[in-house]
Design a protein around this ligand. Structure first.
Ligand code: ADP
Ligand code: MG
Length: 680
């Protein structure tokens, strides 16, 4: 099979240079590529419908005899039209063919054919336009349909695929070792390839798909694991003593069991003296991930090394800094902040104290990864809201220490299967418990007609001493026609909220401006904060109780859930108001899903179902190859099996003497070469 990837597509009969270029557009360069170019769907000719019982407007397959052979004429538009009449036991259909000069040689009077296409009825006459047809005697029941490009039809691809399959050797080296095939009930590679293109039954399609989906996911998983295993595992900084209890005494509340468990996971990762911790702490907004990170950092610092925490925004970095500083300073730990907006002089002092080892814990934004940031002895790297950072940024920070431990905090509730897929062997701690006393945020979907009532509700809450967020999708509305924050804020500040303090916050503002608006809000000097999604991540103001979101249909469900997580953080009853005038059923269903649950994982799954995995799994974001046949949202069950199989395989995969994996290794290399990833 592997060698077929080296034979150019032009080697197939009937494919010249010009047509080859059309195939290239479909990503097909070699014979092997064509064989791996699976049908998009199939036409099922096996279910024959009587003409009379065919549902008008729907695609059907009829078996009929030709009463009148097609007769062609040129019609006004210059096109050639041929009409014909066919019948079965139940009735007659008029057939119309356009632009087929040879149709009269293909359909003979008195002969029986299968016709496949949409049947319509007008004026009592049943009609099919340009139906596909086959000789009834020799009909193939199921037809592959391929994605096509202009100039290349599905039929042509089908014919070429047939020739390509003929070029397969008698026995094909299977990508999946035999024992695994037996264990997971998978058909052989050659069998699957023949069946995926030219199935004889539904069962053939199912078996072929299962095998090929499994294979694709297995190749991906094994590849991911090979990347992860690349760096030499050095032994990392090791905790000699567990300081968790000491840490617990510093904080003013009791941690939840889920938090304690996550801390324990971290401590045990860092105490074994083996390879560095590589852990994802995943928990819904407000679940208290920061405390887990703080505990891990505390343990490292007390054991004698430095800690770094990187947050995606300046606001968030500052907030973390302030919390950690006041928490840890009493314990004699020196916490410092580093962000892009600091003056050169401020930065210089921070960097000096960092290099000398005087600073124990550095919190900051992307600026942490710049070259001039030098640690004395970096033992742990923590990244917050990790999905915002690329793999490269994380590894740059890691390179500043001697194989430091890594703790990644994420509130994006990536379904576990996906997380494993994306991060490979990253260990995961899930915080599935909110701190006690947290209330469910009541969520409502409204449209413009009750906007005034909604504003009055905000005012009522403000008058009780609370604060509110209003989020708009855009900074300004010149291009989009959406509500822009600036204009929107100005408008409400002069009208409904003229007796209250309205603030504005968006990403285009200078860091210092954002800073001061945010501190005013935190200090309660702003009642209504109108903002873009810059407040999406992490911001913690327990006194704010209403999150109102304009044009809610413009946001993804998980993003809306993140925004909603900004309220319901204190002891006050909190609300989320989604404003949308979208009429579409889909939009309403999405938004209603949010009204019905507060469970981030359920929402992520729903999002995944509704929007596909693109968001989590976009190949751009993670640098992962595109999948041809597997669909991670749909094929979760096969994914689980492939994970188990991949784990088994990894035990002896890198043993070069093991010949069972030759086919697999070739596929893995090919898949990952396509995205430029380096494998060992
Ligand atoms: P997230 O997981 O969204 O990052 P944070 O770590 O910001 O959540 O925590 C949200 C808020 O809850 C913070 O004000 C934090 O101090 C508080 N908190 C964290 N853990 C607990 C707990 N066990 N009990 C009470 N409050 C907690
Ligand atoms: Mg957080």
């Amino acid at each position: 099979m592997a060698s077929l990837y080296e034979i150019p597509i032009e080697k197939i009969n009937g494919i010249g240079e010009k047509r080859a270029r059309l195939y290239n557009k479909l990503g097909i360069v070699s014979v092997g590529d064509l064989i791996r170019f699976y049908p998009r769907t199939y036409e099922d000719w096996s279910k024959i419908t009587g003409i009379f019982s065919a549902v008008p407007g729907e695609v059907c397959c009829i078996r009929a005899t030709v009463e009148i052979a097609p007769a062609s004429r040129v019609i006004s538009t210059g096109r050639i039209m041929a009409t014909s009449s066919v019948y079965d036991d139940t009735g007659y259909v008029k057939l119309v063919f356009f632009n087929n000069k040879y149709i009269h040689t293909m359909i003979k009077q008195g002969a029986e054919y299968l016709f496949y296409g949409k049947l319509t009825v007008s004026g009592g006459i049943r009609e099919m336009v340009n139906p596909a047809f086959q000789n009834a005697g020799a009909a193939v029941p199921i037809h592959p349909i391929y994605s096509q490009v202009a100039g290349l039809t599905s039929k042509q691809i089908e014919a070429a695929a047939k020739r390509a399959l003929d070029m397969l050797p008698e026995t094909v080296k299977d990508t999946i070792p035999e024992d695994i095939r037996a264990e997971y009930d998978l058909i052989g590679l050659k069998d699957a390839l023949l069946k995926i293109h030219f199935p004889k039954s539904k069962d053939d399609i199912d078996k072929a798909r299962r095998r090929l989906i499994f294979e694709e996911l297995l190749v991906l998983l094994v590849g991911l694991r090979s990347i992860k295993d690349l760096p030499e595992k050095k032994s990392s900084f090791r905790l000699e003593r567990d300081y968790t209890n000491e840490f617990l005494n510093l904080i003013p509340f009791k941690l939840t069991n889920a938090q304690l468990k996550a801390i324990k996971d971290c401590v045990s990762d860092m105490s074994d003296g083996g390879s560095a911790m590589n852990r994802l702490v995943q928990g819904d907004v407000g679940s208290g991930k920061t405390m887990v990170a703080a505990a891990a950092a505390y343990n490292c610092i007390k054991n004698g090394c430095q800690a770094a925490m990187m947050a995606p925004t300046e606001i968030l970095a500052r907030q973390h800094f302030e919390n950690l500083d006041s928490l840890l300073t009493p314990a004699g730990i020196k916490v410092r902040l580093l962000t892009g907006s600091m003056t050169a002089k401020q930065k210089r002092i921070v960097l000096e104290e960092l290099a000398s080892g005087e600073t124990d814990f550095l919190v900051g934004t992307h600026s942490l990864i710049s070259d001039n940031v030098v640690f004395n002895d970096l033992g742990i790297v923590i990244t917050d809201e990790q999905h915002r950072f690329g793999v490269r940024q994380r590894s740059t920070l890691l390179a500043k220490g001697r194989d430091p431990h890594l703790l990644v905090m994420s509130a994006t509730p990536i379904p576990r299967t996906l997380a494993l897929m994306i991060y490979g062997d990253l260990d995961i701690s899930i915080i599935d418990e909110l701190p006690p006393g947290r209330q469910k945020v009541d969520t409502f979907l409204i449209d413009d007609s009750v906007r005034i009532r909604a504003y009055n509700f905000l005012i009522k809450n403000i008058n009780e001493g609370r604060q509110c967020y209003i989020v708009c999708p855009a900074v300004d509305n010149t291009e989009t026609g959406l509500k822009g924050v600036e204009e929107y804020a100005a408008e409400i500040a002069e009208t409904v909220f003229k007796d209250h303090r309205v603030g504005v916050l968006h990403g285009k503002m200078k860091a210092a401006e954002k800073e001061s608006v945010m501190s005013e809000f935190i200090e309660g000097r702003i009642d209504v904060l109108v903002s873009t999604t810059v407040i999406e991540v992490g911001v913690d103001v327990p006194n704010s109780t209403i999150m109102m979101i304009e044009n809610a249909e413009r946001f993804g469900l998980s993003q809306l859930h993140q925004l909603r997580g900004r309220v319901g953080r204190g002891k006050f009853k909190s609300y989320c108001i989604l404003v949308s005038n979208a009429r579409g059923e889909d939009a309403k269903r999405r938004l209603n899903a949010l009204c019905e649950t507060n469970d981030g994982f359920k929402i992520a799954d729903e999002d995944l179902k509704l929007r596909g995995p693109g968001d989590f799994f976009g190949s751009r974001q993670h640098g992962l190859p595109e999948l041809k046949i597997a669909d991670i949202a749909e094929d979760i069950d096969i994914l689980r099996e492939a994970q188990t199989a991949a784990q088994d395989i990894m035990k002896d995969y890198s043993d070069p003497k093991n010949d069972d994996y030759r086919g697999l290794r070739a596929e893995v290399r090919m898949l990952f070469n396509s995205v430029g990833a380096q494998l060992n």
